[in-house]
Design a protein around this ligand. Structure first.
Ligand SMILES: [Zn+2]
Length: 281
């Protein structure tokens, strides 16, 4: 599943292609993904310049002239491919949308599991639209601060791991980066959220920003080569310290994993958590 750094990477990869360009044609190969495609997309987008691409949580927002916004969510398995003008492309299985831009380049949306979403809204609805109104602050934005997180965790009876996955607390941290951040901050993922206070909250805010920023940077370095990989954007190799490393030694321990069992996997709220019981107390 694409996490926030991948979504950011896709957004950055689309930017040079879409910015100041216009849509000339939209071809759909089915009626819907998780929600129906917007009615008359081509007519509503045509003749409008693309002014910017931004991101809110895991939504890529393509901002058109006149306050028209196209939102793209990659769901579980969505992929975006850029085809340059004049380049040959044969439609693949699970290609659901092909958007042709005025310069002849094409953007292909492919999604085998179809949990993705493409919809349109007016820029004035960014705070009030059903998709956005419950969303907490961006983890890389200024509103996500230690005093904010302290308030948000104050009455949380859930574990800190589950609190970090709660989109009302903070958006886009996701399962992988919640595990990684809790490891970096040396916090046991099962601790009750309301008991994390003071300096620990400050540390948590700082490591969340750090793990996401580093992943975006790693994504950016894969982006340079994206054209060599069939123009496909969005999935890159990660180096995780605890995630998906059950039974292995963590980087800060020199324990005997035969005895300690190394990194542990537990299930919280139906999701796997990976952590080191010796580092995270
Ligand atoms: Zn360890």
């Amino acid at each position: 599943m694409p996490e926030l750094p991948e979504v950011e990477t896709v957004m950055r990869g689309l930017t040079p292609v879409m910015l100041n360009n216009k849509v000339s044609k939209v071809k759909l190969y089915r009626k819907d993904l998780r929600v129906p495609f917007p009615k008359n997309m081509e007519g509503r987008l045509a003749k409008r310049s693309i002014l910017s691409l931004t991101r809110r949580a895991k939504y890529i927002l393509v901002n058109f002239e006149g306050g028209v916004v196209l939102a793209i969510h990659l769901g579980m398995s969505g992929k975006v491919t850029i085809i340059s003008s004049g380049e040959r492309y044969d439609i693949q299985k699970h290609d659901h949308l092909v958007m042709t831009l005025e310069d002849g380049s094409r953007i292909i949306y492919n999604d085998p599991r179809r949990f993705g979403m493409i919809f349109m809204f007016d820029e004035s609805e960014l705070e009030t639209h059903a998709a956005f109104k419950h969303l907490g602050p961006e983890p890389l934005g200024n509103k996500f601060s230690a005093p904010y997180l302290m308030r948000a965790l104050k009455n949380k009876k859930t574990s800190i791991k589950q609190a970090l996955l709660d989109q009302r607390v903070v958006v886009g941290v996701g399962n992988i980066y919640a595990c990684e951040a809790l490891y970096q901050a040396k916090i046991n993922p099962e601790k009750q959220a309301s008991t994390i206070k003071g300096g620990k909250v400050e540390e948590l805010v700082s490591v969340i920003r750090d793990v996401l920023a580093r992943a975006i940077k790693a994504g950016g370095s894969t982006l340079k080569d994206y054209r060599h990989a069939d123009g496909e954007l969005g999935y890159f190799q990660h180096n995780f310290t605890v995630y998906d490393r059950k039974g292995l030694a963590c980087k800060d321990c020199n324990c005997n994993i035969e005895k300690t069992g190394g990194i542990q996997r537990i299930v919280q709220g139906g999701r796997s958590t990976f952590y080191c019981p010796r580092q995270q107390k």
